[in-house]
Design a protein around this ligand. Structure first.
Ligand code: BGC
Length: 510
């Protein structure tokens, strides 16, 4: 890329002047509240679907089955397609919405996309809290999904573009941190609303989604747009002024020149979708599909969506189940900090490899513990101490995810795409993430009923594959400026065959 920026002492990549400013910090804090709305959704539905008054009102047949099967097969007692549709419809809507959001983020900027997402989400939350029939519930969930699709499209891009390269990892993970805060808040709220006499606690749980939506919509009114996005929309003077402001220095020439070069390259492209399919973008395309898919195949959302149901399955009472979900929520949030403080020092690969191995061990242990007690018939009474060991195992799994595939599943894709394909490729990430979130949410209870304890072995096997994938195919992206990222592929043993090395060399020495 053009520009005479300083190079690192090892000459490996550029190191633009500028520091982390309060301005960037606040902008990123507000933007990452988009993670709150996503997290709140993930955490709320599992608890609500385990509340009896909610089941009696909307899903009476599931309730009747749950009561009937107390003494029989535990693996199958919650297996209802309508109930899972309640959880998963949101992700299907998010998937479709993110395709539209890609056009909006490119044409009108990241900020408008976040604002729109917040408002639609707000309407969905109100509809859900006031629901009197299943249709209102599902339509509300679809609106929430559209909000999530918009925000997951725009926020990770926004964060990666605002952040100075050496702190990009940390700032981007604030999105994931907010997801975990949202999940934990939802778990806690469920715990308390479940106790509301009169059986309307679920309304409070669903309606309170309006709070994060309000923060996101209100906050994004005050957000500036990123220099990259301003440039891409032809606002050159504003882009330069914004870059100075967010870097806290007037000396932004080299970085600005690189942004301009990237922006020109991007404008020369008519259709980012077909461009993404070109051979030279094969590494990015593969990553944009595989990273989100593999993130979901860790099985994390089995725990996030169905923790209370899962805990009920292994014999916990209603309150104990909701409490255990709170515990895994706390672990999830706390472990995200590990990633925040280490990601820009240790790098992405080390965290993914360590987290992968820990998840494999935890899943195989979990499957075995459940097999020992429930066998294939699914009937057992488990002791308190045994149940505690199971919960601990789940926490070991959740913590590993929370410092590896959780945050990095969003961070790595958002930093590897050149500007000309960035919005389109980020859409692919959201689409695959949501598609597999949907699939897992939709078929988990059925899989549990059929695969039984083997379900945990299945996820363990997926984790084995994804850890090998990181080992062999994922290059390290730590500290590399986002508009310089093309270079990593040319140096990689496998991906170099897809990129034109001559071009990379030439542009980097201009
Ligand atoms: C994933 C979600 C998951 C959450 C858990 C996110 O990175 O995309 O599917 O529920 O992490 O914290």
């Amino acid at each position: 890329m053009a520009g005479g920026a300083m190079t690192d002492t090892d000459g490996a990549h550029k190191n633009y002047p500028g520091k982390m400013t309060i301005f960037v910090f606040l902008a990123c804090l507000v933007a990452s509240s988009g993670g709150l709305i996503f997290g709140y959704d993930i955490g709320i539905s599992g608890g609500v679907t385990s509340m009896d008054p909610f089941l009696i009102k909307f899903f009476p047949s599931v309730y009747a089955k749950e009561k009937e099967m107390v003494e029989t097969n535990q693996y199958c007692k919650f297996d209802s397609e309508l109930l899972t549709l309640f959880t998963s419809s949101l992700y299907l809507a998010a998937l479709i919405a993110s395709l539209f959001a890609s056009v909006i983020t490119r044409k009108f900027g990241r900020k408008i996309t976040m604002l729109g997402g917040g408002i639609i989400f707000l309407i969905g939350a109100i509809l859900n809290g006031a629901a009197t029939n299943v249709a209102m519930l599902i339509i509300g969930r679809i609106l929430l999904g559209i909000g999530v699709g918009f925000s997951n499209q725009a926020v990770p891009l926004y964060l990666s573009e605002m952040a100075p390269a050496r702190m990009r990892g940390m700032l981007n993970i604030s999105f994931q941190l907010m997801i975990t805060v949202g999940i934990l808040a939802a778990n806690l709220i469920n715990y308390f609303t479940d106790k509301i006499a009169g059986g309307w606690g679920w309304r409070v749980s669903l309606g309170l989604a309006a709070v994060p939506a309000f923060i996101m919509a209100g906050g994004s009114l005050f957000l500036p747009d990123t220099p990259n996005s301003l440039l891409a929309r032809g606002k050159e003077a504003e882009a330069r002024a914004m870059l100075r402001r967010i870097r806290g220095t007037d000396d932004v020439g080299p970085e600005y020149d690189d942004l301009v070069a990237a922006s020109k390259a991007s404008m020369a492209i008519e259709n980012p979708w077909s461009t993404l399919l070109e051979r030279r973008y094969r590494p990015q395309l593969v990553m944009s599909v595989l990273i989100p898919t593999l993130q979901q195949l860790t099985g994390i959302n089995v725990v996030m969506f169905y923790a209370p149901v899962l805990f009920k399955t292994i014999g916990f009472g209603g309150t104990a189940s909701l409490m255990s979900a709170v515990i895994s929520g706390i672990v999830n949030m706390a472990a995200t900090f590990v990633s925040i403080v280490t990601v820009d020092r240790l790098g992405r690969r080390k965290l993914l490899l360590q987290g992968g191995v820990q998840m494999i061990i935890a899943q195989f242990l979990l499957g075995t513990l459940i097999f020992i007690k429930f066998g294939t018939a699914g009937v057992a009474n488990i002791s308190r101490s045994y149940a505690i060991v199971v919960v601990m195992c789940i926490c070991v799994f959740v913590s590993a995810f929370a410092w590896s595939w959780g945050p990095l599943g969003w961070l790595v894709p958002s930093e590897i795409f050149p500007l000309e394909i960035r919005s389109a490729a980020q859409s692919v990430v959201v689409v695959f993430n949501m598609a597999f979130t949907f699939i897992i949410a939709q078929i988990f209870l059925m899989m549990l009923c059929h695969l039984k304890f083997g379900l945990f072995y299945f996820f363990g096997a997926c984790e084995l594959i994804m850890t090998a994938f990181v080992l062999f195919f994922l290059p390290e992206t730590k500290g590399i400026p986002i508009e310089e990222m093309d270079r990593i592929w040319g140096k990689h043993w496998y991906w170099k065959r897809f990129v034109d090395n001559r071009k990379v060399e030439m542009t980097s020495t201009v």
